[in-house]
Design a protein around this ligand. Structure first.
Ligand SMILES: Cc1cc2nc3c(=O)[nH]c(=O)nc-3n(C[C@H](O)[C@H](O)[C@H](O)COP(=O)(O)OP(=O)(O)OC[C@H]3O[C@@H](n4cnc5c(N)ncnc54)[C@H](O)[C@@H]3O)c2cc1C
Length: 458
């Protein structure tokens, strides 16, 4: 996974200057949830309304937390969500999780206690895994180290194939066609409807078309589907398709206690949100972000990522480290966008916003880790190729001049096109995006179902 990028696409995209890069994304049944780290957090209530950051404010959403809450409940039930309600002080109001939080292994629990002694509020990271620690022999998940970044060979991860597509295939009227790449959407003469979906294996007609190719590819497809009537791309009278790309400011962090090995196998159980809403510094009254454990970095992973470092050094570091993932909210900027070059290659323009807040999050976390005995702390900040958390390229909102989609995620310009992936988000928040994508998909499915019943009763 980490050396040969197995399962990742071999496509090359370009950055704004035309430099090629390999995006961290894969095209498989279940999408990127096949490799995701299964951290499934709800957005906070404050993530649905404008939030002031050092570099600007986020836009409001056309729906609030209360609108999405029942769909979060549903998504958590489908995706085996584990967690402990009430443990995260920033968590919005909610019922208990469907499944109890996964237990910490001893090294993680030691850190949990040390953070509490510093008056922080660490909490169990909500996870989508088919696992019950109390009855391990009856659990599909074996808490192995190949979770974060790997597809689960036991089908024990709550991913979109296991929890969404496989159950849907039990219905007679559901058919899955693999190996078809959609090239274009074809619109009717009046430009109000999608009439055909053109793939490299033939074309298909449908009453309703749902586009869910991921934030970058959905935007790219709409742009590639330009025609005489819509020369700037379909659903794009607002000129917003592809714009406001966001991907988080993310860093991986290795914290090392030189005299103490870390023998944790399944490390990804702890998170900290004490700096989610506020830095705690009265001179910097802005949010910094979210911190969660990474899956355990192994000598092989570290060697793959830093092949020039001597092997004994990477092995020593990986054996002694506890590993973390730091996330700061990226802000929407119309110039951060997806375009398509004349040869069809995707071009991604991205200058993440909020860099100072991310640096401050690193500094704060470094200080805390030093205090609890981790003398060596290293950060690696992700670059443009880290497209894992891509969102925002077809944002939803009531005003068709400013937004691609309406509040039901139907294209303002078209009567039968819905976009139901990460593209719809007007802001990214600082938590992982998947649970919100899942919950929103269930919400939109309700709108579509209602529309179908209206049609059939006519
Ligand atoms: C290594 C990694 C770790 C992650 N960890 C987490 C985590 O712990 N928690 C979390 O919340 N999120 C995590 N994410 C992010 C999460 O996986 C994504 O946010 C989520 O999968 C996005 O869902 P989506 O529906 O927008 O797109 P995707 O999941 O990317 O699905 C898009 C689908 O469209 C298909 N497709 C694309 N283009 C075409 C085309 N032209 N024709 C036909 N089909 C097409 C693709 O094959 C894919 O199946 C992680 C991602 C990665 C890569």
């Amino acid at each position: 996974m980490f050396a040969d990028h197995r399962y990742h696409t071999d496509e090359t995209w370009r950055d704004e200057k035309g430099n090629p890069f390999s995006p961290v994304t894969g095209y498989h049944v279940g999408g990127n949830t096949k490799f995701y780290g299964a951290a499934i957090l709800r957005r906070r209530e404050q993530d649905f309304v404008p939030r002031q950051h050092r570099e600007g404010s986020t836009p409001p959403w056309p729906i609030g937390y209360d609108d999405l809450a029942p769909y979060y409940d549903q998504a958590e039930a489908w995706y085996f969500a584990h967690g402990q309600a009430g443990a995260d002080p920033t968590e919005p109001p909610r019922e208990p999780y469907p499944y109890p939080a996964l237990t910490h292994e001893s090294a993680v629990d030691e850190v949990n206690k040390a953070l509490r002694d510093l008056h922080l509020h660490p909490f169990p990271l909500p996870l989508a895994l088919n696992r019950l620690d109390g009855t391990p022999t009856q659990s599909a998940c074996v808490r192995c180290p190949t979770c974060d970044g790997f597809p689960c060979l036991l089908h024990a991860k709550g991913d979109a194939e296991v929890c969404g597509i496989a159950p849907a295939l039990a219905y007679d009227n559901v058919r899955l066609l693999t190996g078809h790449r959609v090239r274009r959407l074809i619109a009717s003469e009046d430009g109000r409807r999608i009439t055909r979906v053109e793939t490299d294996q033939g074309s298909f007609a449908a009453d309703v078309v749902v586009l869910a190719a991921g934030a970058v590819n959905s935007a790219a497809l709409l742009l590639a589907s330009a025609n005489a009537q819509s020369p700037h791309g379909l659903a794009n009278s607002s000129d917003q398709v592809g714009r406001n790309y966001m991907a988080h400011l993310n860093s991986a962090c290795m914290a090392i206690k030189p005299g103490q090995g870390n023998h944790t196998v399944f490390q990804k159980t702890l998170a900290v949100n004490d700096y989610y809403n506020d830095s705690g510094d009265p001179d910097y009254p802005y949010p910094l972000g979210h911190i969660q454990n990474l899956g355990k970095i192994t000598p092989a992973i570290l060697r793959a990522q830093h092949p020039r470092l001597p092997s004994p050094a990477t092995a020593w570091a990986a054996i002694h480290s506890m590993d973390w993932w730091l996330t700061t909210e990226d802000l929407p900027d119309p110039n951060n966008r997806v375009t398509i070059d004349s040869d069809g290659t995707i071009r991604l323009h991205w200058h993440p916003k909020n860099r100072e807040s991310h640096q401050r999050l690193q500094q704060v976390w470094r200080k805390i880790l030093h205090k609890i005995g981790f003398r060596l702390v290293f950060f690696q900040t992700m670059d443009i190729s880290a497209t894992a958390h891509q969102v925002g390229t077809c944002r939803f909102g009531e005003d068709p001049r400013e937004n691609v989609l309406d509040a039901a995620c139907k294209a303002h310009d078209l009567d039968n096109l819905y976009v139901v992936d990460a593209s719809f988000m007007p802001s990214i928040s600082a938590v992982n995006p998947s649970l919100t994508i899942m919950a929103n998909a269930i919400r939109v499915a309700g709108h579509i179902t209602e529309r179908f019943s209206l049609r059939t009763t006519r």
